[in-house]
Design a protein around this ligand. Structure first.
Ligand code: ADE
Length: 272
């Protein structure tokens, strides 16, 4: 808490609102993306989609365009679906129970916990990477492998039940600092039983997915052969990824029109 008072990141926009919608948007963005990258995307997204109704009613292409560059685009699709469910099933209000939160698209155990704490100031237990680092560093300085179950027991015994919101803000900021001071070899999270390095991005399916989706957002329709040529990739690989994007609800297949200049094979567009 002393560290937090002196060096806490008090100016982050999602910490200066109590609007559950805004806090939800920030938590989804922060799931897999670092704070400094999220900032501008968050501001722009909130301007463009200020509440559940605006997001639910938007064209999916516009939502994906606002998300472009943040990565893990599935989060954007899920967030829009979630807004529709909140309007239809929850009276337009984000539910205040953890179970109901976890029934929503894109919300797992971690995010349900962070929403309970940050949106509703409820003392629920959850772990994320910065929180984990603090507990391993302080309570398990010598232990070779620390499980989340062990960390959870410490959290239960230390959490500030009167002001869990502030407590978690402090944990995250202090954990971030510990990560900065101890890159790689001495990073306490290396001793976590759940430690996982992010997979290499360059050349990955995830990278090509992003490129294909980006190309689709700028056009009325696209065909695998054209995409393959543009990105210098085998057609089969592009077709496989486009089929996946279709299954996940990003793209839809259009019927090819007949005629002299008709293209062979499928045509795709953004599923709006
Ligand atoms: N402040 C509120 N939520 C946060 C998060 N998920 N990461 C970092 N800082 C936050």
């Amino acid at each position: 808490m002393a560290f937090y008072r002196a060096h806490g990141r008090h100016d982050m926009p999602w910490r200066n609102t109590r609007d559950p919608y805004r806090i939800l948007v920030s938590e989804i963005m922060l799931q897999q993306t670092q704070v400094n990258r999220v900032g501008p995307f968050y501001e722009n997204f909130i301007k463009q989609f200020p509440d559940f109704a605006a997001l639910a009613g938007a064209r999916t292409g516009d939502v994906l365009r606002a998300w472009k560059g943040l990565g893990y685009n599935r989060r954007a699709l899920a967030l829009q679906q979630l807004s529709k469910v909140v309007l239809e099933k929850f009276n337009g209000k984000l539910p205040r129970e953890r179970e109901a939160l976890e029934s929503l698209p894109g919300i797992g155990k971690g995010t349900s916990g962070s929403l309970m704490a940050f949106a509703f100031n409820r003392p629920e237990i959850f772990i994320e990477t910065n929180i984990r680092r603090v507990f391993i560093h302080h309570f398990f300085p010598k232990k070779k492998i620390v499980t989340d179950a062990e960390i959870e027991r410490c959290l239960i015994r230390t959490i500030d039940r009167k002001n869990p919101r502030k407590w978690y803000w402090a944990l995250m900021d202090y954990g971030t600092e510990l990560g900065r001071a101890r890159r790689s070899a001495t990073n306490p999270n290396r001793r976590s039983a759940h430690y996982a390095k992010q997979a290499k991005f360059s050349g990955s399916d995830r990278e090509l997915r992003g490129k294909i989706l980006g190309a689709s957002l700028g056009r009325k329709e696209i065909i695998p052969a054209g995409v393959a040529l543009r990105f210098n990739e085998p057609v089969a690989r592009v077709e496989r990824i486009m089929a996946l994007l279709t299954k996940e609800g990003f793209l839809k297949r259009k019927m090819a029109k007949g005629g002299k200049n008709a293209t062979k094979g499928p045509i795709y567009c953004i599923k709006d």
